[in-house]
Design a protein around this ligand. Sequence first.
Ligand code: SF4
Length: 235
Amino acid sequence: MPATKPTPIPAVKKQSKPPRGSLAPDRIAAILKALDEAYPNAECALTHNSPWELLVATILSAQCTDVRVNIVTPELLRRFPTPQKMAKATLPQLETLIRTTGFFRNKAKSIQGAARKIVADFNGQVPQTLAELITIPGAARKTANVVLGVCFNKAEGIVVDTHVLRIARRLGLAKGETPQRVEQELMQIIAQRRWIDFSHQIIHHGRQICLARKPKCNRCNLEQLCTSKDKTFQS
Ligand code: SF4
């Protein structure tokens, strides 16, 4: 009997991995998964008991550590616990209380102005929309997004602070050089339901691992997804 010709086995199409720097949905999903694994309970580190307190703390946190802000806010908010009371504070009173947070003259003007605006235009309550929040002195998009996300569970944008700006660029998720540009880029590629957690997770990552100088890449669970020129370790 003539030998039967073996049936050729169809070639298995190799699943191609997305290039490391790409914005392919599966790469972004892998980054989000790794962040969930590393920081499952990431939360805002500024101590607060109300939207007003978080608004004040976030204004004070510019160019200052959260640890320092958390030292300053208890006495400040004990003296001026509401927008109504803060609106009547003098600038020298506020400056003395917040001096150690840096840029204290501008910050005193901002928190006094914020209190007065909230009393005058928002019936003494911190508003719950981005459009309203950004009309408050000292509250640009970053501050507004922090308050909306943490206090009202609303994601109208993504918090882009110095950590998010740096790490989004290192991971190739954004190319922009300003927080505004990077926020727009991130909003295009990350599902809105992830916006609040994503910022908290990246901020924790920036504080613990992906430091501005000498990132601890040998301890980073995103290392295989990262092609940053700043890397200090390559697996
Ligand atoms: S590998 Fe290094 S540079 Fe990349 S995200 Fe991790 S710590 Fe940052």
